[in-house]
Structure formats: structure tokens, C-alpha cells
Design a protein around this ligand. Structure first.
Ligand code: FE2
Length: 709
């Protein structure tokens, strides 16, 4: 290996003062994990966190890189930067001068080599002229309720070129044992409601904690959550609503509104803007792009959360965008980019959060997906990014790049009628989904005196909704919620229970709710005009072999895309198919939704998929799946031996699993193979480790597409 690996230290300039104060206490530093990302043909970002938890101080860190996984030969050691409090002790380095299409191993060390991190691996992109196969995966959605993310432990073995970690990479919410919620970041829909909102330090500390917890085990000796996943390959990364607090900060292009960030809810506020706007008011549907109204993406709270996200993800520092004619985008941090992967594929990562208009609400605070969503001025991407995306697609098509993979954080397909919901046809019953909760009895470790809190040794594995029976427990008592302390849960009735009492528990009924509409944060539900413009551009310019990659709906579905050539986005009859273009919606890697289904039979999946597809057909909508898609071949589905003949909706659908999809482009670019891998879901707060015997990773479904032409 040419030993001129160069390094562009990208740790925060303001950390400069720290560099000089490194001390010899390196020996107590611990490395949280390693990650790599944003690989190009000759550079990549490597990341770690290094901190002496007992005596935190700025610490100089080195990075070692080699093509030898054992670091015996061809090892280059470089200063990686200084781990300090401004970045919560995370360090990122940009390794340059690398060989194209090459696998590298890297690790971090204290400068006296007394402490060494785990080893990570990444691959650089092949030269744009190389007829190289491409082997990558996509998924997203990692909610602390499903730690330690058992499925993620299986990803490294796929030896991927890269993994698209597509949004909701942590969840700010609560009810996760050992991981209480963050401080509220605002109020939806009405920002004028006075509530305590997170201060700058609370935002920084709370969300840094949530990202850190994605690297630590929940069971003694158990999986370090996502640590092996991050070390296993290089990632490309996108954020979504949960990285931005899932309240007002989620709409980067919405009006910033007034002051926010105060433990009392009243002034003084940490931030002059960021409270947001009232989503029920149509006047806020489109933020004027003339600089007259400050955008959320310029508010201190939004930028703090964006910075914490970037502190904890191996994302390249692309600087600020210069777009003076587009105030919505001007002077914002560029997170979108495109990367060619050999001759036959281009990977495009969009930013669907920093520029989007507000998520609209009805007067009743439900998602507004009716005619307001057809407003031609509403944007998801912002003018600058949309133009960049269209030009990138056109350039790729004209350059003869066959496959265009476009990552978006919210689905762009259509599930339900415009502005409405499907009425499922013969849907599964509650019983069909199965029951939840394997624990059938538990002993109290404290008394409950006419109250609703029960104390036990551990609440791991208990499920809200389970029936509770025993001396002193009224009839019809069920578990209400599992507290984050890990030893108490609440019930829906007052009870008087002695310490040491044995309670009998019955399984909880499923509360699974199928995805039967296009929600307000999806393209079809909230941003139909821009959605249509993008799809029309693809159709009109004959940009072929386009594959959209999305997550967020916490299910795996494959779907074709329809648009209105006449721009009548509110008129279903005007919609036609976008040729040679489809979408993969996948995940979650580990989040809620699938956990509410414990019947993992193909029969259940088929019943649910058919109930959705038949409802879609009744609404003159294209049913889920790829039946009839040009170039489709070799369809396989676990549980359906006739998948390649039937090509039924269930053959392209998995609602009851944690999953990720692997995409393989053949070296000659002629064939794309999509394979869905997953495990059966497990209950929230179950802390279920990977079980290769009873719940091994399996191939859920797969298919191939021959390129056009
Ligand atoms: Fe999610």
C-alpha cells in the first residue's frame, strides 16, 4: 500500500486549544467503538469516541490503518485528533490518499499505544470506469426499546461494500429500560403552549447519551448493541425525525418561530428561535423563500441536534452550502451527496429533513394529507437539492450508469387513496397476529398499597397489556407501562399486593396496526407536488433503472411508483406508472411495530398483504409488490415455494420482522439482486440477544431485476 495516506483533521477547530493539554492519563481512556463512512474512491471518514470516564480531559488520539486485518504489515499511524468535551469526546478523521475499490482496516490508539480500540473495516469505492460488482445493504430505525439490536450483529458477516444507515439511528423517546427520554424539544402542533423545553446543554447531553447507548450492552456479557455493526463496514448515513427530537425541529424548512429552550417554559430561552409554528394553520404550510421568515434549520436547537448527530456518525464535513437565491438552503450544512460505485452504479444520499416544509396537521391535530398536500410550493428537498438531484440523475443516465440508487428517509410510494386510508379487505384478526409476552408469573419484591406501581426484580420481557392476576389484584388488571428503572411497572387499577407475592401474567393481545395510508411526513402524504415533479422528471428524461431506498414505515415492502404526467396530484385517475423505477422500503433494524406480531407464519403475512392489496385494487391503486415489473426474475419468498410463479404481494412484503435488504449489482451491471434478511421480531424491552437456534437470521425474500434496456 502506498504509504502516503494523508489525513484531514476534521475535529472542531475550537478544539485546537485542547490539543496542547493532552496528559499521560491515556491509560484510563476507553474507546466506545469505531465507525467509518462516506467513502469515496480515495478517502473515508473514520470515527471513534475516547474518554476517561473517571477523569475526563482532552486526549490526543492516533489512528492506524492497514490492508492487513492483523496490523502486522503496511500499518500507517497518524494523529487522528483530540477527543474533548466540545464533541462529547468523539473524534473524526478524513483518511485520504487511499486506493480505489480496496478494503482497509483501522483502529484507534492513545498516543502512547497503551489503549487500543476495536478494529473497523471499510471499502473505498471502485474507479468510475471499473466493471466492479457492488454489494451493499440498507436499513434504519434503531429504537432503544429493541436493544441490543440482535439482527445488527449479523450484518458484518455480509462483508458489505457499505451500509446505508437510513434514519432514526437513535430514538429520543422513553419507556426503554435504563434509557429515559430526552427533555422535550417543543410542542406539537401549537408552539405557544408553555412547557419546559430542552436547553442547549440538555439537547447536547440527552441526545449524546442516546447515541452512546447504541454502543453499550444491555445484558452482562451481551452484544454491545450496534458496536459490531458500525465496525463491520463503512456506512452512509441519513437522519430522520428521531434524531431531531420528533417535535418541531423535524421540519428544517418550516418557520423557526419564537424562543425555546427553558426549564420553566418561560423566558429567558436558550434559543431566540426554534419554537416552531402551528401546523394546523395553512398559513404555515409553505415557508416563504425570500428571507422574510427565519427557517428552522438556522435555529440553535436544530443546529445543536444536527451537530450531535454529526458528532456520532461517520459523516464527512462538507461545509456550508452557498445558495444565495435559496435562503432556505443557503448557509446550511451539506448532508446530501452522490458517490459513483464503479461503472454501473451511482449511490445518491438525499437530506429529507433539513429543508422540508412543516408536517401539516388538521384542526384535530391529525396528519393533514388532503388538498393542502398538493400545494405546488411545498418542498421536501429545497430548490437547491432538488435541482442537484435531477441534474445528478440526468448526468448518470447520460454517462451510461445503469443503476441509480436514491436514498430518502421517508417513503415515496403510494399506499392509500389520496388524502385517505385503505379499508382493508378481510384483514387479520387481533388473534391472527398472535399474543405478546412470554413471562407467565413474577414475584414482587416490594409491596403495593392501594396503588398502581408494582416492584419486581426485573421488568425485562414484560409487555404492556399483559393481564395481571393474584391476591389483592382487581379483575381486568393489565400492565399499563414498563418504567425505565427496570424494576417497576404500572397497572391500570389500584392494587394492594404484599412483597414476595407471586403474580400470574397472561399474554397481551396484539395491538398491531397495519400501514394503510400515506402519513403526513411521507412524500405522498405531505409533499405531493414535489414528489410528482421528481418522478415526472425521471419519466420524461428516461432516467431508467432507478431504485428509491427508504425506511420509516417499520416494514419491508417493495413497490412500483405512480405519478401524474399532467401534474394533477389530487386526481388519482391521472396517475400512471414511472417506467423502470421502483422503491424498496425496509427495516426496522430494531424498532417498534413488528414486535406487535408474534405469529410469524407466511399465512399471516399473506393474509395481511392480500388485505392491503385487495383494498388498493378496490381504490384503483397499484397493489404492493413487483408483479409485472419489467425484468423481474427469480422471485423467492420464505414460506412460498411458488413465489416465482405467483409473484403475489406477500412475496415482496415483511411486516413482522426486523430486517435489512442487501443489494447486489453484477459486475457487468446487467442484473440487480435484492435480498431481504431478517429475524422474527421480539418484544419491546425484551433485551433479547441474537439466538442462532430459535430465531436465526433468514432470507425473507429475494428477486432479481434485469436492467433496461
Ligand atoms: Fe423510525
Amino acid at each position: 500500500m502506498k504509504n502516503f495516506v494523508s489525513l484531514r483533521i476534521i475535529t472542531l477547530v475550537l478544539a485546537a486549544g485542547y490539543m496542547l493539554k493532552t496528559t499521560s492519563a491515556d491509560a484510563d481512556v476507553t474507546f466506545l467503538g469505531v465507525a467509518a463512512g462516506d467513502a469515496t474512491t480515495n478517502d473515508a471518514i473514520v470515527w471513534t469516541r475516547a474518554k476517561d470516564e473517571t477523569n475526563p480531559q482532552p486526549t490526543a488520539i492516533n489512528v492506524q490503518i492497514s490492508q492487513d486485518p492483523l496490523f502486522i504489515t503496511g500499518v500507517t499511524t497518524l494523529p487522528a485528533g483530540t477527543a474533548g468535551s466540545p464533541t462529547d469526546f468523539t473524534v473524526k478523521s478524513d483518511l485520504g490518499g487511499l486506493e480505489p475499490g480496496t478494503i482497509y482496516y483501522y483502529r484507534f490508539q492513545t498516543t502512547n499505544a497503551s489503549v487500543t480500540s476495536n478494529v473497523g473495516k471499510f471499502k473505498t469505492a471502485p474507479n468510475p470506469t471499473a466493471n466492479a460488482p457492488v454489494h451493499f445493504a440498507v436499513s434504519g430505525d434503531c429504537d432503544g426499546l429493541i436493544r441490543p439490536y440482535a439482527l445488527a450483529s449479523q450484518v458484518p458477516a455480509k462483508n458489505l461494500d457499505f451500509f446505508m444507515f437510513d434514519g432514526d439511528t437513535e430514538y429520543e423517546t422513553s419507556a426503554s429500560i435504563g434509557s429515559p427520554a430526552v427533555h422535550s424539544t417543543g410542542n406539537i402542533p401549537d408552539p405557544t403552549v408553555i412547557i419546559p423545553t430542552a436547553t442547549q446543554s440538555q439537547l447536547f447531553d440527552d441526545f449524546s447519551r442516546k447515541y452512546r447507548q447504541q454502543f453499550v450492552p444491555v445484558n452482562v456479557g451481551g452484544q454491545n448493541c450496534l458496536q459490531p455493526f458500525f465496525a463491520g463496514q463503512g456506512n452512509y448515513t441519513a437522519y430522520d425525525n428521531h434524531e431531531l427530537g420528533n417535535k418541531q425541529y423535524i421540519n428544517g424548512g418550516a418557520p423557526a418561530g419564537g424562543g425555546v429552550g427553558s426549564t420553566t417554559g418561560s423566558p429567558p430561552f436558550d434559543f431566540l428561535t426554534g419554537a416552531g409554528a402551528d401546523a394546523r394553520d395553512p398559513a404555515n404550510d409553505v415557508t416563504p423563500n425570500d428571507g422574510s421568515v427565519p427557517f428552522m434549520n438556522k435555529s440553535g436547537g436544530f443546529q445543536t441536534l444536527q451537530q450531535v448527530f454529526e458528532n456520532y456518525q461517520p459523516i464527512s464535513e462538507r461545509g456550508l452550502i452557498n445558495a444565495p437565491s435559496d435562503p432556505r438552503t443557503n448557509d446550511t450544512r451539506q448532508l446530501y451527496f452522490a458517490q459513483q460505485w464503479g461503472r454501473n452504479a451511482i449511490f445518491i444520499n438525499t437530506d429529507c429533513r433539513s429543508y422540508r416544509d412543516i408536517r401539516m396537521k388538521t384542526a384535530a391535530n391529525a396528519d393533514e394529507t388532503g388538498s393542502r398536500a398538493d400545494n405546488p410550493d411545498r418542498t421536501m428537498l429545497g430548490a437547491t437539492q432538488l435541482a442537484w438531484l435531477e441534474q445528478t440523475l440526468l448526468d448518470a443516465e447520460q454517462a451510461g450508469t445503469t443503476w441509480k440508487f436514491i436514498n430518502i428517509s421517508d417513503p415515496i410510494d403510494q399506499i392509500g387513496p389520496i388524502g385517505g386510508s385503505l379499508t382493508l379487505v378481510n384483514p387479520p384478526t387481533t388473534a391472527d397476529y398472535g399474543t405478546l409476552g412470554a413471562i407467565t408469573s413474577i414475584v414482587t419484591t416490594g409491596s403495593t398499597n392501594n396503588a398502581r406501581t408494582i416492584t419486581v426484580a426485573s421488568t425485562v420481557g414484560l409487555v404492556a397489556g399483559q393481564g395481571v392476576f393474584g391476591a389483592g389484584v382487581p379483575a381486568n388488571t393489565t400492565i399499563n407501562a414498563i418504567n425505565t428503572d427496570g424494576t417497576t411497572f404500572s397497572i391500570n387499577n389500584n392494587a394492594t399486593i404484599a412483597s414476595g407475592a407471586t403474580l400470574t401474567l397472561t399474554p397481551a393481545p396484539s395491538t398491531y396496526a397495519p400501514v394503510n395510508s400515506d402519513g403526513g411526513k411521507s412524500w405522498m402524504g405531505g409533499y405531493r407536488a414535489e414528489r410528482n415533479e421528481l418522478l415526472k422528471f425521471i419519466a420524461d428524461h428516461r432516467v431508467h433503472n432507478v431504485v428509491f431506498l427508504a425506511t420509516d414505515d417499520h416494514q419491508n415492502r417493495i413497490n412500483e411508483l405512480f405519478y401524474s404526467p399532467t401534474g394533477q396530484t389530487g386526481v388519482q385517475a391521472s396517475y400512471v406508472k414511472v417506467p423502470y423505477c421502483f422503491e424498496i422500503v425496509c427495516g426496522p433494524l430494531g424498532a417498534t411495530g413488528p414486535d406487535l406480531i408474534s405469529n410469524h407464519s407466511f399465512a399471516l403475512v399473506k393474509k395481511l398483504a392480500d388485505s392491503i392489496a385487495n383494498a388498493q385494487i378496490a381504490e384503483n391503486l397499484e397493489p404492493i409488490g413487483l408483479a409485472g415489473y419489467h425484468g423481474l426474475q427469480n422471485v423467492r419468498r420464505s414460506g412460498d415455494p411458488h413465489a416465482d410463479r405467483l409473484r403475489q404481494p406477500a412475496d415482496f412484503y415483511s411486516p413482522d420482522t426486523f430486517n435489512y435488504n442487501v443489494l447486489d449489482v453484477s459486475a457487468d451491471g446487467k442484473t440487480l439482486t435484492v435480498t431481504s434478511y431478517g429475524i422474527n421480531s421480539t418484544v419491546q424491552n425484551g433485551f433479547v440477544e441474537y439466538d442462532p437456534v430459535n430465531n436465526p437470521e433468514q432470507e425473507l425474500f429475494s428477486f432479481q431485476i434485469k436492467r433496461h434496456p
